[in-house]
Design a protein around this ligand. Structure first.
Ligand code: AP5
Length: 258
């Protein structure tokens, strides 16, 4: 509906709503603003109209903004590599019966399947770069759709301003975003400890000092602006994740008791 408010009414937009797109750019024909912009009046109409013009378009590649998804509260869990997102989400999801969806895990599962998209994703992950948005949003959308929990912890997403905007316009705004503040020194120590405790065959290809420093760089350049955006929107809670696992959990669980 927001898009329809932005484009304005189909007739008389110049007089009735001069600040809308039709008001500003629509031509006036016989006293009416020419309908040079189109906005569907519901997700169902949009789907029907897309099929009318693009018969072969695969709608399953989009997140269907269904009622089922809209009923779920979305909580973004953000933080640098090794800040403890996965560890804390596992504890919170168990205690509060929440769904825990990690974009890193979803991507690793796609890599393990050996699909073309999985192979491409592996290349980005080995370089500590962000995997292209389309795949990440599709995997996340499907996972959200298939959970029946009332709220979802989205671990490791969004990692860019583009991801915030795309997800929140296609699914819904997050209820809250929790940012795990942690120094690079502590994060690197944890990543290297995990690598040293994991047998080489199961070790993550990005858990080494070289790729870790690229992951830190990507976090700074791409993810910090997304965190700043959520903070400016008044939806960010920052929690230090430098203490031991149970102290961090004690602090975090207070947010979920409210
Ligand atoms: P992802 O798998 O999400 O990796 P990450 O963000 O780098 O985070 P980690 O999983 O390493 O750390 P974590 O914060 O979950 O900490 P954890 O609890 O595991 O992403 C991997 C890659 O996938 C990305 O680089 C990117 O290429 C791609 N990707 C993912 N999401 C994407 C997206 N949205 N868009 C595009 N691309 C995306 O803890 C780490 C270690 O520390 C563990 O051993 C743990 O036991 C230990 N630990 C945890 N907490 C504590 C504590 N408090 N004290 C001591 N040790 C602790």
């Amino acid at each position: 509906m927001k898009w329809r408010e932005v484009i304005g009414p189909t007739s008389g937009a110049k007089e009735k709503a001069a600040e809308t797109l039709r008001g500003m750019f629509g031509a006036v024909v016989d006293g009416l603003s020419e309908n040079g912009f189109h906005g569907s009046d519901s997700p169902q109409s949009a789907e029907r109209e897309i099929h009318f013009f693009f018969k072969d378009f695969d709608m399953t590649r989009m997140i269907p903004p269904t009622v089922k998804q809209q009923e779920k509260d979305i909580v973004f869990i953000l933080g640098g590599p090794g800040s403890g997102k996965g560890t804390q989400c596992a504890k919170l999801s168990e205690e509060f019966k929440l769904a825990h969806l990690s974009t890193g895990d979803l991507l690793r599962a796609e890599v393990a399947k050996g699909t073309e998209e999985g192979k491409a994703a592996a290349g980005f992950m080995k370089e500590g770069k962000l995997v292209p948005l389309e795949l990440v949003i599709r995997l996340l959308g499907q996972a959200i759709e298939s959970t029946d929990k009332r709220a979802v912890l989205v671990d490791g997403f969004p990692r860019s301003v583009e991801q915030v905007i795309k997800f929140e316009s296609m699914v819904r705004p997050c209820k809250v975003a929790v940012f795990f503040e942690c120094s690079e020194q502590v994060m690197l120590k944890r990543i290297m400890k995990r690598a040293s405790e994991t047998p080489p065959a199961q070790r993550r290809p990005d858990d080494n000092p070289e790729v870790a420093s690229k992951r830190f760089r990507t976090f700074k350049i791409e993810s910090e602006p997304a965190i700043a955006l959520l903070k400016a929107a008044g939806r960010l809670v920052t929690v230090s994740s430098e203490a031991d696992v149970s102290s961090v959990h004690k602090q975090l669980r207070q947010l979920f008791l409210i």
